[in-house]
Design a protein around this ligand. Structure first.
Ligand code: DGT
Ligand code: CA
Ligand code: CA
Ligand code: ZN
Length: 580
C-alpha cells in the first residue's frame, strides 16, 4: 500500500467522522496524519516495522500509529469500516461534489436519511434543500450545477494517475509465468488528456491453453488494490481498483496480438474509418485480424505495423489515431515527423523556495542538468500572488542577482533568469517595466479573477500579449483538468495577436493542466504561434512530467520546429525576445 492510498483512506475517515458529528479534535487528527503521510519521503509500508520512527513524524501519535498498524494487519481502519457501515459508501461520492462538505452532507442525512448522489439531486430538484438551516435557493441551484459538473467528469482520471496504475499492473502481470508482453491500449496509449478506463492487453504462452489461462487469471486477481471483479470471461477480466478506476484486461494469443493492439488502442472513430478503408480494399478488419473478404484468410495480425502496411498506410503513431486526417496523411505519406521528448533542450518555468516552490535555485538547476538539459529558467511568482509570497520589484531584482550568481558558478547548464508575472485584472503586468526588462524570460499568467466576462478577459489577455516584455503566456486557458473549466475568452483573437507580436504560448505539461490542450495547440499552429513546453515545477521531482506535454504536442501534430525550447540556448534566448 503506498502513501497516497493510506492518506486517501485517512482523509476519507476524517470526512466520515465529521459527517458523524464527532469532535473536531478527532477529525483534525486524521487530516493531519493524512497530510503528513502524503508528504512523507519514506514509505509508511517500510516504516511500519519501526514504530519509533513513525511516531517521530509530526501528526502521527500513538492512536494513529495503532490505526496504521491495524491497516497493515487487516487491510482496513476500524473507524472507516464502521462509519461506512453506518452511512454507506455512496457518502464518499457525495464528498466529491464541489461545495458539498461533510457539514452539509450531515445536515441532509439527519433531515432526510439520504446519502447518495441521485437522492440528493432529487431533493434539490424538489426544493427540499433550500428549507434546511443555513441553506437557500442559491445553494440549491449551485448544488445542482455542481452535480452536473461532477457527472461530466466523474469516472475520468488524469493521465499520470492512469499511467501509474497501468505500470503497476504491467509489472504484476509480467511476473506471471507464460506472459511475454503486457501493453496498455485505449486512451492511455493514445495519450488522451484524461482516461476513462484502462485497457490492458496480455499475450504469451500463458494465454493459450485453458489451464495456463486459468492460472494467469488467478494471478491477476491477486493484484494488490483490486477491489471487485465486474466481469470475468475466458479471455477477459474487468475489475475495479481501489482508486475507483475500471480496468479491462484481455488475454490474447500471440499470433493475433497486433490486430488486438490496433483494435483496442482505438480510437473508435479511427477504427471505423480504418475498417472502411479495409473494406474498400477487399479486407475485413477486426480485433483478430485483417483478412480477405472472399476467403477469410488473414493477411496481417501479428503486429500493427503489418496491418497498416497491408492497408498501404504509413505507420500511424497512437497519439494521432483520432480520425482527424491521419489516415489520409498516412496514405499520402505526409504524416509529420512528430516532436520527441529528446528534442527538448530546456524547461523554463520553475519555482523555488523564494515563492511557492519547495527547492532552491541550485537544487532545481542541478536536477535540470541531471536530466541532460542545455538550459532552464527560474520563474518565480510576482507579488499579486500573495499566498505564494510573490516577488515585489525589489525582491525580484535581488532574486535575479541570485540566479545569475548560481549561473556563474554552475557548469554544464545555462540558467535563465525569469519571472512568472501575474496578468492583473486590467491586463497590466504585476511588476515594473524596468524590472521585467532585465529578465531573460517573462511568462505572463492569469492567476486571479477567472470570472471576468468574455470580452473583459479577452482584452486583458490581448493587453498582456501586446506588452513588449511578455515572452510567453503561461497556462493560457487556466483550466484545471477534472476540476476547473477554462476562463472565458476569445482564444482565436489572442492567438492572432500572439503571432503578430511573436509572443509564444505555453504548453504547461503538468498532468492536471495540459494547457494549451491538443485541440488548442493545433489552432495555435494554424496561427503560426510557437509553443514552449514547460513543467511549472515546484519541486525537482516534477520535472519528469514534461513528457506529458510532449505527448499532447504530438497529439496536436507538432514537430520539433513548432516548439521553441527545442532550440539551442542562444537562439532560444532570442526567441524569448520576440525574435523567432
Ligand atoms: P476511454 O476509456 O473513455 O478513455 O477511451 P478509450 O478509447 O480507451 O475507449 P474504450 O475503453 O471504451 O475502448 C478501448 C478501445 O476499444 C477504443 O479506443 C476502440 C476500441 N473499441 C471499443 N468499442 C468499440 C466499438 O464499438 N467499435 C470499434 N471499432 N472499436 C471499439
Ligand atoms: Ca479505455
Ligand atoms: Ca475499456
Ligand atoms: Zn502559474
Amino acid at each position: 500500500m503506498d502513501n497516497k492510498t493510506i492518506a486517501g483512506l485517512l482523509y476519507e475517515t476524517a470526512d466520515l467522522l465529521e459527517i458523524d458529528g464527532q469532535d473536531s479534535f478527532r477529525v483534525r487528527s486524521y487530516r493531519n496524519a493524512a497530510a503528513a503521510i502524503e508528504s512523507l519521503p519514506q514509505r509508511v509500508a517500510d516504516l511500519i516495522q519501526e514504530p519509533k520512527k513513525l511516531l517521530e513524524v509530526p501528526g502521527i501519535g500513538k492512536g494513529m500509529l495503532a490505526n496504521l498498524q491495524m491497516l497493515f494487519k487487516d487491510g482496513s481502519i476500524e473507524a472507516h469500516t464502521e462509519l461506512l457501515k453506518k452511512y454507506r459508501p455512496s457518502m464518499l461520492e457525495l464528498l466529491k461534489i464541489q461545495g458539498l462538505g461533510p457539514k452539509t452532507i450531515a445536515l441532509i442525512w439527519s433531515a432526510y436519511q439520504v446519502s447518495d448522489l441521485e437522492g440528493v439531486e432529487k431533493l434539490a430538484r424538489e426544493g427540499k434543500i433550500r428549507t434546511l438551516p443555513r441553506m437557500g435557493e442559491k445553494h440549491e441551484l449551485k448544488l445542482l450545477k455542481a452535480i452536473e459538473d461532477y457527472r461530466r467528469i466523474a469516472g475520468r482520471f488524469l493521465l499520470d494517475t492512469a499511467e501509474e496504475l497501468a505500470e503497476k499492473l504491467v509489472e504484476h502481470l509480467l511476473a506471471a509465468p507464460g506472459v511475454e508482453k503486457v501493453t496498455p491500449a485505449g486512451s492511455l496509449r493514445r495519450g488522451r488528456e484524461t482516461v476513462g478506463d484502462l485497457d490492458i492487453l496480455v499475450t504469451g504462452k500463458g494465454c493459450i491453453a485453458d489451464e495456463a489461462r486459468q492460472k494467469l487469471i488467478e494471478h491477476l486477481l491477486r493484484f494488490p488494490g483490486l477491489m471487485d471483479v465486474i466481469a470475468q470471461g475466458e479471455n477477459k477480466v474487468s475489475f475495479r481498483h481501489r482508486n475507483n478506476m475500471q480496468v479491462d484486461v484481455r488475454l490474447l494469443p500471440p499470433e493475433s496480438f497486433g490486430a488486438a493492439m490496433q483494435y483496442f488502442t482505438g480510437s473508435k472513430a479511427h477504427n471505423v474509418a480504418l475498417r472502411q478503408r479495409a473494406l474498400k480494399m477487399g479486407f475485413t478488419l477486426n480485433e483478430y485480424s485483417l483478412a480477405k473478404v472472399d476467403d477469410g484468410k488473414p493477411v496481417a495480425r501479428k503486429t500493427e505495423e503489418e496491418i497498416y502496411a497491408k492497408l498501404k498506410l504509413d505507420f500511424i503513431p497512437p497519439e494521432l489515431r483520432e480520425n482527424l486526417g491521419e489516415i489520409e496523411a498516412a496514405a499520402a505519406h505526409t504524416l509529420p515527423a512528430l516532436l520527441e521528448l529528446s528534442d527538448i533542450r530546456g524547461d523554463v518555468h520553475m519555482h523555488t523556495v523564494e515563492t511557492d516552490g519547495r527547492c532552491t535555485i541550485e537544487e532545481m538547476a542541478e536536477a535540470a542538468r541531471e536530466r541532460g538539459y542545455e538550459y532552464m529558467a527560474i520563474t518565480d511568482h510576482s507579488k499579486n500572488l500573495a499566498f505564494a509570497n510573490g516577488l515585489t520589484d525589489e525582491r525580484a531584482l535581488v532574486h535575479i542577482e541570485r540566479i545569475r550568481a548560481v549561473e556563474k558558478k554552475m557548469k554544464g547548464i545555462r540558467i535563465f533568469a525569469g519571472i512568472e508575472v501575474d496578468i492583473l485584472s486590467d491586463g497590466e503586468l504585476d511588476l515594473s517595466d524596468s524590472v521585467l526588462e532585465q529578465m531573460d524570460i517573462v511568462i505572463a499568467s492569469v492567476h486571479s479573477q477567472f470570472n471576468q466576462d468574455r470580452a473583459t478577459m479577452t482584452e486583458r489577455l490581448l493587453k498582456a500579449v501586446a506588452n513588449p516584455n511578455t515572452s510567453l503566456i503561461g497556462h493560457p486557458t487556466g483550466r484545471l483538468l477534472l476540476r476547473r473549466d477554462a476562463y472565458q475568452f476569445d482564444l482565436d483573437a489572442v492567438l492572432k495577436a500572439a503571432a503578430e507580436h511573436k509572443v509564444a504560448m505555453e504548453l504547461n505539461a503538468y498532468p492536471d493542466r495540459l494547457d494549451l490542450s491538443d485541440v488548442h495547440l493545433r489552432l495555435a499552429k494554424q496561427h503560426g504561434v510557437k509553443i514552449v513546453i514547460n513543467t511549472d515545477s515546484h519541486h525537482t521531482s516534477h520535472m519528469e512530467k514534461l513528457r506529458y506535454g510532449v505527448t499532447q504536442a504530438r497529439r496536436a501534430w507538432l514537430r520539433k520546429d513548432d516548439v521553441l525550447n527545442t532550440l539551442p540556448a542562444a537562439r532560444f534566448a532570442r526567441a524569448m525576445k520576440h525574435a523567432w
